[in-house]
Design a binder for this molecule. Structure first.
Ligand code: PBG
Length: 328
């Protein structure tokens, strides 16, 4: 049947009919809010390349998490900016490390908020690499031990989920074993499974001061040209025990998300990264696009492509926007 019998516009004429047939839904429950926490007190330093996003200290982190909770956000993912960095990334797994302290503060003061942690060494190493450097290389197997140690220390401090983002081979298995042995068999792992060596992480590296002092991350993060390889990464991480697998970045990699959705039945996350946030923010500041409309459309597109949930710097604002829309 085709025109004039078929008229697709019939279901688009009335807002209630459009709502009825909508295929994809966006809700605050599907958004994870990334937060940067560092030393000091009363700190709320805006990150220059991510206007609206800040670096918090423990006290202001708690305030921000409370405000986000009031806006409808249910989960945060923490990134630490330690006072001191060294070759062994000791700040990553120290019992009184910045993320460990933040976890305890949030557990105490904002108990309703889910606490996720990024597990990587790049914010804690003096050279800014994601692992132990031997010669000029990031050494895979020695790094696994430190990642596992970091994940266990996050679990002890009150993490509800850990998210390894380093892209070493075998790290999901190493983290799973270490968590099980330490008495956390029920703590889920969200693996940054298909994490690309992307230029879209630039603003994050400003925020976390984690730009490598030499070289780049192409020896472990994925080549942006590859989609099939992402499926191998995802399959391996699921075999090693990942509970959720993630594709990162999001909008420039919707094809990868879609492919993963059709091939795997596990929950699938997407990370709308710092550079994606920066692009929308910059254009909106110039009045070239509507911040709210473009942000919500991007998030909806990421869900439509196949993401079960989304890590996004827009989480707090989007939660507010979405509840306003529902209230209308
Ligand atoms: C590694 C990590 C990075 C991001 C999340 N986890 C940085 C990197 O891989 O260089 C980037 C997130 C973003 O750009 O928003 N700890």
């Amino acid at each position: 049947m085709s025109f004039p019998a078929t008229r697709l516009r019939r279901l688009r004429m009335d807002a209630r009919l459009r709502d009825l047939v909508r295929e994809t839904e966006l809700s605050p429950a599907r958004l994870i809010y990334p937060l940067f926490v560092g030393p000091g007190r009363g700190v709320r330093d805006e990150i220059p390349s991510m206007p609206g996003q800040r670096r918090y200290a423990l006290d202001t982190l708690v305030e921000e998490a409370r405000a986000a909770e009031a806006d409808g956000v249910r989960a945060v993912i923490l990134f630490g900016i330690p006072e001191k960095k060294d070759e062994q990334a000791s700040g990553a797994w120290a019992e009184d490390g910045i993320v460990q302290r933040a976890l305890r503060a949030l557990r105490e003061s904002v108990p309703g908020m889910l606490r996720f942690t990024d597990v990587c060494l790049c914010e804690y190493t003096s050279h800014g690499h994601c692992g132990v450097v031997q010669g000029n290389r990031v050494a895979n197997d020695p790094t696994l031990e430190l990642l596992a140690k970091t994940a266990v220390s996050h679990a002890r401090a009150g993490a509800d989920l850990v998210a390894p983002s380093d892209m070493m081979d075998g790290r999901v298995g190493a983290v799973r074993r270490a968590l099980d042995e330490a008495g956390f068999p029920d703590l889920p792992i969200l693996s940054y499974a298909a994490k690309y060596a992307s230029a879209f992480y630039g603003p994050f590296r400003d925020a976390a001061q984690s730009t490598p002092s030499f070289g780049d991350r192409r020896s472990h993060q994925m080549d942006p040209a590859n989609r099939e390889e992402a499926m191998r990464e995802i399959a391996l991480d699921l075999e090693e025990g990942a509970d959720v697998v993630m594709v990162k970045p999001a909008l420039p990699y919707l094809d990868v998300l879609r492919e993963a959705r059709t091939r795997f039945d596990a929950p699938l996350a997407a990370y709308q990264v710092s550079g994606e946030y920066a692009l929308i923010t910059a254009a909106a500041e110039r009045g070239w696009v509507d911040r709210r409309a473009v942000a919500l459309e991007s998030l909806l597109a990421i869900r439509r492509a196949g993401a079960t949930f989304i890590v996004t710097y827009f989480a707090r604002e989007a939660a507010r926007w979405l509840s306003q829309e529902r209230g209308k």
